[in-house]
Design a protein around this ligand. Sequence first.
Ligand code: FE2
Length: 339
Amino acid sequence: MSEEMYRHEIAHLARVELHTPDPDGTLWFFKDLLGMYETRREGQSVYLRGYEDPYQWSLKITEGPEPRMDHAALRTSSPEALERRVRSMQDGNQDGKWTEDEFGYGKTYEFLTPDGHHMSLLWEAEKYKSPPELRSKILSRPSKKPLQGLPVKRIDHLNLLASDVTPVKQSFERHLGLRTNERVVDGSVETGVWMSSSLLSHDVAVMRDARGARGRLHHVAFYYGVQQHTIDAAEMFRDYDITIEAGPDRHGITQSSFLYVFEPGGNRIELFGDPGILILEPDFETRTWTMDQIDTGTAIGGTNLPQETYFTYGTPPVGPDPESDADADANPVPGSPLR
Ligand SMILES: [Fe+2]
């Protein structure tokens, strides 16, 4: 099988587990404001799904001492693709292990990225079957759009921070068959990559961690599909005291519309309006942005992505930056919101 044929062996981002020190606040954010359904509660964890997420859950919220990503799982396009991707990792001495202990999903191959992010691959996923009262008349929709907050449709993508972007990119290209659609370079250093297996501009992005930490999360994104909803969401977040970091605006990189906020536990969440460019060309060539083009790359509308948080804050937090007067990595969530 040629390298190019590996391209579609990863289908999409299926699920993410986030830890939070404020489980009540985090659940209020995802359930009441973003309209996600709760599908199960077990121990210190709650399982959630958006109304168009196809499986039992796309987001697991677990109480923990600090905000962070526990793991993220990509679903492969077939059982054979899963076996091939695992074999590629094993042949490349990238170790992992098989597990099968998550509600709604079958056997899963867990591995660490070269920067230490906990990732998984899986094929077996139980489809969500709605009870009669939640059944949608729109046949492609697994459940009704809830009358709650401003509901997101589904999970969209993952953005990881890495102490060194390039090895993570190379590993995803080689073992997962992801294509690097766009990247940013600062001189000879790769500072960001946007990678996909589907038609989307990115299933996974990796950005350089300005604090030099390893294996952190920048954000998880949830999909609206309508740019206006990012403006509507910003109004909701203002009224309900959720900290808005940047947006709404449109990135030049990926051409997608964005709004970044911090959920009450401290993890950065992106609300994704329209998905931006859909890449239909099978031989799309990687676009490389340089620092003199970066203003257009980050925000076409001129939004300033704040240096003091956007390029330095990730989860888990690593504490204040000793070289900066600004309290750069302080918790950006100023107290609990009213609820
Ligand atoms: Fe994003």
